[in-house]
Write a protein that binds this ligand. Structure first.
Ligand code: HEC
Ligand code: HEC
Ligand code: HEC
Length: 154
């Protein structure tokens, strides 16, 4: 992590509450990211707090549970995230991650974080999920991915 990202992250943690106001505000002259509101109520009471600081590790943990142990329950599934956090664009449809309005880009663009997750996973509800497709034929792609994850995580 670059020092800029570290500073930006500390800033983001410090200003976490105002971020939730969903409007870009000026707090002591620092422009904040505008985080779009979810379309459904949160799944758990502590979801907002938990996700702000832990979504990165929860998502990766869930991915490992799915790929290594076949856990396909909805909790912490990426499809659930993009469904509840869908943002409607000008054409009345949910925007994809190509649009800077996308929920997952609100903070990431701000702190210069790049994720490759949506190269395989659908970034809006209803889109083809290449990850699910990879899993279908005899689970061989999932087995290969499991091997790969074990290698990179060592
Ligand atoms: C059932 C609906 C639902 C699901 C599923 C859901 N969320 Fe949320 N999430 C919410 C609500 C409601 C909030 C509170 C803020 C708001 O109203 O938008 C929230 C807040 C957040 C925040 C804090 C945003 C901020 O303003 O600081 C993050 C980050 C987040 N969610 C990430 C995720 C991730 C990652 C997933 C998938 C693992 C996920 N959420 C799944 C409804 C949901
Ligand atoms: C090369 C393609 C690929 C990339 C890139 C990728 N995944 Fe996955 N992911 C998969 C496959 C395949 C599965 C297994 C799907 C299944 O078995 O249902 C999976 C499963 C998951 C699951 C559990 C199932 C679900 O629907 O949520 C999570 C969570 C997940 N990945 C998160 C991530 C995150 C976070 C990133 C980015 C850091 C990421 N993935 C990047 C291919 C990918
Ligand atoms: C409230 C702000 C916020 C929102 C909204 C948000 N993120 Fe993040 N995310 C961050 C921050 C900050 C980091 C960098 C954390 C770090 O570098 O330690 C991060 C990092 C990540 C990482 C790890 C990247 C890496 O290089 O290891 C993943 C994966 C991730 N986010 C997934 C998502 C997904 C998927 C969504 C949308 C469902 C999302 N995030 C929405 C703030 C957010």
């Amino acid at each position: 992590m670059t020092s800029f990202r570290q500073i930006a992250l500390v800033l983001l943690v410090l200003i976490g509450a105002p971020v939730a106001a969903a409007l870009a505000q000026e707090a002591s002259g620092v422009p904040l990211p505008a985080v779009p509101k979810a379309v459904k109520p949160a799944p758990d009471a502590n979801h907002e707090q938990l996700m702000r600081s832990n979504h990165m590790s929860l998502l990766k943990h869930k991915r490992d549970l799915t790929v290594h142990e076949g856990d396909r329950t909805p909790q912490y599934s990426l499809n659930e995230c993009v469904t509840c956090h869908a943002v409607t664009g000008g054409d009345g449809k949910a925007v994809t991650v190509a649009d800077p309005q996308h929920f997952c880009r609100a903070c990431h663009d701000y702190v210069a974080v790049k994720i490759d997750c949506f190269e395989c996973h659908a970034s809006r509800p209803g889109d083809e999920d290449k990850a699910a497709g990879l899993a279908a034929p005899g689970e061989s792609a999932v087995a290969a991915l499991s091997d790969y994850l074990q290698e990179v995580e060592q």
